[in-house]
Design a protein around this ligand. Sequence first.
Ligand SMILES: [Zn+2]
Length: 310
Amino acid sequence: MSDNRLLIDPYAAQDIDESVNRILRDLGNPEPPLRLEEVRELLRLDLTYYSKADLDLLDEISHRAVMAGSTIMSNAKRMWDVVTKVGLRGLLVPEQRQIFIDDDVPDLKKRFLIGHEISHDFIPWHRSLMMGDNNETISPICHNTMEAEANYGSRRLIFLGDRFAAEWRDTSGFDWKRVSAIGKTFGNTLTTTLWELVHSSPPDLPALGMISVHPRHNGFCKRAGSGKVAYFFGSGSFNTQFSNVTKEQVFSEICSYVGYRKQGPLGEGVQTLANVNGELFDFEFSTFCNRYDVLTYATMIGPHRRIVGF
Ligand SMILES: [Zn+2]
């Protein structure tokens, strides 16, 4: 199954980690939130926001991209064609040291997107390519390897390398208020923070995350489309030991304890999942609704303990 697999080669991840650490060191290991404008200044990258309505600016971008030898632009006479046809959200033209970002993207998402375009620039094997991104490629679960690498780079950057995991470890117990607070400290959305929390989970603590619709109410999580789950992701050890677990299975576990509330904590439960060898383990699940999406976090407690009734 491919739902929760991160398609990043460990050596590539290590190279990206080193590049991010070098950038952070060059910036004097700044305190959160990382100011991405300082990163761009260091890397000499300009940023321009474009609007689909600004045809002159789109023409200008198109002109620069064509001069830079774009493969994307050669098929489209005008940038406008690209923006509308592939839903372009961000673009890096490395030779021109330019990032272009769609102004319609909400502010906190812009941050992840800018980090993504910056990553395309500092990841050495991406550098020779001009990268155009649409909603598909900037989705955190994009299965195109280079896009997954740029998403990984963006996360490492905006959560300051290992700093997030270290700060999280210093506090005890899971609580959505704390996830939200630490997310704000680093200047990132609750969803991105959940993503980082799951991926930075230590190997002995398999963890999963899910972004889904509300089991009891319609109208939440538009990005799930016609399905119930937008994203299902796991930590490294979860992906190895529980690759058999499906998103449908996790969603049905969530349905078993979630109540009718529409906002805030929706419920908690100890749920049992089998690993690839069929051995049973208990996980502590917790679900939260932030008005748009339903977010779930779960970590392994240990081998399943049968509760015997008296
Ligand atoms: Zn990209």
